[in-house]
Structure formats: structure tokens, C-alpha cells
Design a protein around this ligand. Structure first.
Ligand code: 5GP
Length: 195
């Protein structure tokens, strides 16, 4: 998605530890016009499948998922991160190791909002090592719902997540795949760019 790649090149900031900061338009301040274009692009890419629910993870996935959901006209459910060990039996649970914080969280979704018969599209802002998507996919499996695919705004193609998710047979659509980023020069290359 050219509009997104141009924006990442213009406003993205490369930080230590393979972190790309896109705080000015994606996950702190949010450019809703861009989000709408992102939503339309996911709708186009997943136009051949039925989706009746979007599942994301708090916090930075929620804003994007809500605008994407306007293109699909379906509700959004977000997995909550919790540190509580003893969780009541009315939720699905899974574990996620956070890329940005290095901690392991339990994530939960109420059984009320996900179950057999649901056709679920996962949406998240970034894909790095794939832990967030794996955790969300596990919740969908546990619920008996059908996972129709995963939509990612920015995949860091030089990290392992994309390969892991695709090798599990999950249909993954990433709107921008960063192949390399150089902290010193600020240069970002994308998959599919001309050499
Ligand atoms: P994964 O679970 O795939 O390792 O990491 C994905 C999650 O970590 C996303 O939900 C996202 O919030 C966060 N994340 C991973 N890499 C980056 C990054 O380069 N920049 C930002 N802002 N968040 C990231």
C-alpha cells in the first residue's frame, strides 16, 4: 500500500532494538483518514471471505481495528491483557510475550463474545516475532470459531513472525513489509520496492 509506505518513510523513526516508531500517525496520535484507507484496503484484500468479527489486542490494535471494522460492518473484540493468574472459567486465555516490553501477559476474551460459528479476522498494527498473532489465533482455536485471516499494518519482514504465521497456514495480509531499516541513515526498504 503505497500511501502507507510513503507515510512510514516520511514520519517513521527507527529506534534501537529493531523498533519502528510510528507514533505520529499510527499508535499514539492516529491519522483517521489514513486508517480509513487501511480499512478499505483490508476489505479489498479479504473480499473473498466472510468475516463477522474482528479480533485485536489492546492497546495499539484497538483504534485501527475499529476503523477497519467500519469497512466490514462487524463488531470488534479486543483481547485484554491481564496479570491476574486465577482467571474465572468464563473467558478464553492465552499467553503473549510482548515484543516492546519483553514481558509475558495472559490475554483473555470473554466466552460471551467469541465462539463456534464466528468467522474471525485478526487485525494488529505490527508483526515482529508473531507472538501477539499466535496468542490471538490460540484464543480463536479455543473458542471453536473459524480464523479466516490476519491483517497487519506493518510487518517487519526481517523478523520471524511472518514466516511463523504463514507456515501455520494462516492467511496473512500485510499492507507494508519492511525488509530493512538502518538506524544510522534512517533508510527504510520495503518488500516489493524496485532495487
Ligand atoms: P510480535 O508479537 O509480533 O513480536 O509483536 C507485535 C506487537 O508488538 C504489536 O502488537 C506491536 O504493538 C508491538 N511491536 C512490535 N514491533 C514493533 C515496532 O517496531 N514498533 C512498534 N511501535 N510496536 C511494535
Amino acid at each position: 500500500m503505497q500511501l502507507l509506505k510513503d507515510r512510514i518513510r516520511k514520519d517513521g523513526k527507527i529506534k534501537a532494538g529493531n523498533v519502528l516508531k510510528v507514533d505520529s500517525f499510527l499508535n499514539h496520535q492516529m491519522d483517521i483518514d489514513l486508517f480509513q484507507e487501511i480499512g478499505r484496503e483490508f476489505k479489498r484484500r479479504f473480499s473473498d471471505v466472510q468475516v463477522n468479527k474482528i479480533l485485536t489486542i489492546e492497546a495499539s490494535g484497538i483504534g485501527i481495528a475499529c476503523v477497519v471494522a467500519q469497512s466490514f460492518h462487524v463488531p470488534v473484540v479486543f483481547a485484554k491483557k491481564t496479570k491476574t493468574k486465577n482467571i474465572a472459567g468464563d473467558v478464553y486465555t492465552s499467553k503473549v510475550e510482548s515484543f516492546t516490553h519483553g514481558r509475558v501477559y495472559d490475554i483473555i476474551v470473554s466466552k460471551e463474545f467469541l465462539g463456534k460459528g464466528d468467522k474471525v479476522l485478526l487485525i494488529d498494527d505490527f508483526l515482529a516475532n508473531g507472538k501477539a498473532l499466535e496468542g490471538l489465533a490460540a484464543l480463536v482455536r479455543e473458542s471453536g470459531a473459524e480464523l479466516v485471516g490476519a491483517g497487519i499494518v506493518i510487518e517487519k519482514g526481517f523478523q520471524v513472525g511472518g514466516d511463523i504465521i504463514r507456515s501455520q497456514g494462516i492467511r496473512l495480509e500485510s499492507l507494508a513489509i519492511v525488509d530493512s531499516m538502518d538506524e544510522e541513515t534512517g533508510t527504510i526498504t520495503f518488500r516489493g520496492d524496485e532495487a
